[in-house]
Design a protein around this ligand. Sequence first.
Ligand code: NAP
Length: 338
Amino acid sequence: MPVNQQILLDNRPHGEATVDNFKLVETATPALQDGEVLVRHHYLSLDPYMRGRMNDSKSYAASQALGEVMIGGTVGEVVESRHPKFQPGDQVVGMGGWQLYSVVDGNAPGMLRKVDTTHVPLSYYLGAVGMPGVTAWYGLVKIIQPKAGETVVVSAATGAVGSAFAALAKARGCRVVGIAGGAEKCAYATGELGFDACIDYKAHPDLKSMAKALKDACPDGIDGYFENVGGYILDAVLLRANAFARVAVCGMIAGYDGQPLPLANPALILINRMKVEGFIVSEHMDVWPEALTELGTLVAQGKLRPRESIAHGLQNAPEAFLGLLKGKNFGKQLVQLV
Ligand SMILES: NC(=O)c1ccc[n+]([C@@H]2O[C@H](COP(=O)([O-])OP(=O)(O)OC[C@H]3O[C@@H](n4cnc5c(N)ncnc54)[C@H](OP(=O)(O)O)[C@@H]3O)[C@@H](O)[C@H]2O)c1
């Protein structure tokens, strides 16, 4: 069995997470038991939710235990199998964690899924045709429920979730407006991702300026907002929201290191008779097949061409992860492991 490398959560962050919260170790891979599969990971997915798991506080999911391998989605290849459903060479997606290899119980429901890479590259199963894509799908289709001609807005627009959101919303005939950090990301949003307009929040660093930029980009007001960030951007959206607007609260990354995110005018939710609904994509497994089919089709048709930021080598995962929390990624953040 191969020697494995793993990244463990060594200690919990106080405020901002740092590379010292993680520890790289080498371990032996255990021999396979009946029903088990050995997977060599090709890519590890880095996702903002991992920051929440590093804390020891009440949340929708249990904290990451200290001294254990960091949780994370992976794609890779079966290298050895003692399960009749999996053969060496099969390409699979799972939750292998921050390590080079994982031993998976092939009978555990949902732990390992074979994927077809004929039209969809393997890494996309961690992004556009994976959890982030389904997240965009759920918030748009089930919460915002857009009608053709409506205006929808998304923050963190060029990221894994935001880029899938754009393709899905354009397919439904919406005007799609993004909010992203920097002129380069905004140019990419309109030039490559299909956004009708994109606002650089770094050029609009306060509520008044952001509200004005939204007014210019959304002349008919805002009917749906997909919230990834929180803070003054949400305040500005509320100011421009139409009556009966819907907000899918997906993430509030501006507060993941513990920063407070006060709301300036919550009365606008009442005045505009708005629906504001939070969701966790893993609690809606029933929609995944439908969502993945649509996302895979958009990729195969060239209508969803996501960008990836790829770090190389497991040892570079902590730094890439911290960069993701600060917007240093440009598109889906991955770590290539082979
Ligand atoms: N509810 C769920 O089930 C679920 C599932 C998946 C993801 N999510 C959430 O969806 C959001 C996007 O996730 P993702 O995987 O697609 O990540 P991502 O957008 O690829 O990367 C995170 C982006 O957040 C932006 N950001 C970071 N700090 C910010 C700040 N202070 N203000 C404004 N923007 C900031 C950065 O983009 P800029 O450079 O443009 O600022 C960064 O690139 C996250 O909030 C995540 O927690 C929720």
